[in-house]
Design a protein around this ligand. Structure first.
Ligand code: HEC
Length: 182
């Protein structure tokens, strides 16, 4: 290896380490709220969640204990607590998640080659996921182990990955939260 090669390898490593370490979301990157009055869950928001979220956040065992299939569920939040603060969209975890400005919390989850987000250990379990994300190697939590689904097997296996929201949709969710999340 020549000196130049060594330097570029080092530089590459440093860059990727920095990239991983910069986990704090940059709130200036949130798409602005759309200008629309009277935004409601039933009329405007549920259809968005239906397309991209309910596969994981509805029904019997919603991920993180968060149900998005009813207004009550959204307001109640997850096992960890509230995910929206009515009137304050920029402080609402759900808004930050769907804007996908931060890889760790992005929703729908980013597909990571070689590492599954919230793996077989049961996502949203006690404690934060370890830095780097993978929970592989931990015993599966019984409550999250789907019957008939091998622990550690590919998640879901049903259809294409859910669509990330567009800036327009994120803006609509912001408007909804800012107007009090009715
Ligand atoms: C492929 C499954 C999947 C889809 C689709 C999905 N989520 Fe999630 N979501 C999860 C998992 C798993 C967690 C648990 C936390 C983690 O992975 O770190 C989670 C956690 C969350 C949290 C954080 C809850 C907390 O307090 O920790 C929010 C908010 C959230 N999801 C919102 C959404 C929204 C809104 C959508 C649709 C745009 C969505 N999710 C789509 C799997 C999904």
């Amino acid at each position: 290896m020549t000196m130049t090669e060594k330097i570029s390898v080092l530089l590459g490593l440093t860059l990727s380490v920095c990239w991983v370490a910069s986990a704090t979301p940059d709130l200036t990157k949130l798409p602005p709220a759309v200008k629309k009055d009277g935004v409601t869950y039933a009329k405007d928001i549920r259809p968005i969640f239906e397309g991209s979220c309910l596969r994981c956040h509805g029904g019997e065992r919603p991920k993180a204990g968060l149900r998005l299939d009813s207004l009550d569920g959204v307001l109640k939040g997850s096992r960890e607590g509230k995910v929206i603060i009515p009137g304050q969209s920029e402080k609402s975890q759900l808004v930050i998640a769907v804007a996908r400005i931060d890889d760790e919390t992005a929703m729908p989850p980013k597909q990571r080659p070689g590492g599954r987000r919230g793996g077989p250990g049961g996502p949203g379990g006690p404690g934060d996921p370890p830095p780097g994300g993978s929970r592989d190697g931990q015993p599966p939590a019984p409550k999250d182990g789907a019957p008939g689904q091998p622990p550690g097997g590919p998640r879901g296996g049903m259809g294409p990955p859910p669509k990330p929201l567009t800036a327009e949709q994120v803006g609509l969710i912001r408007a909804w939260v800012d107007q009090g999340a009715k």
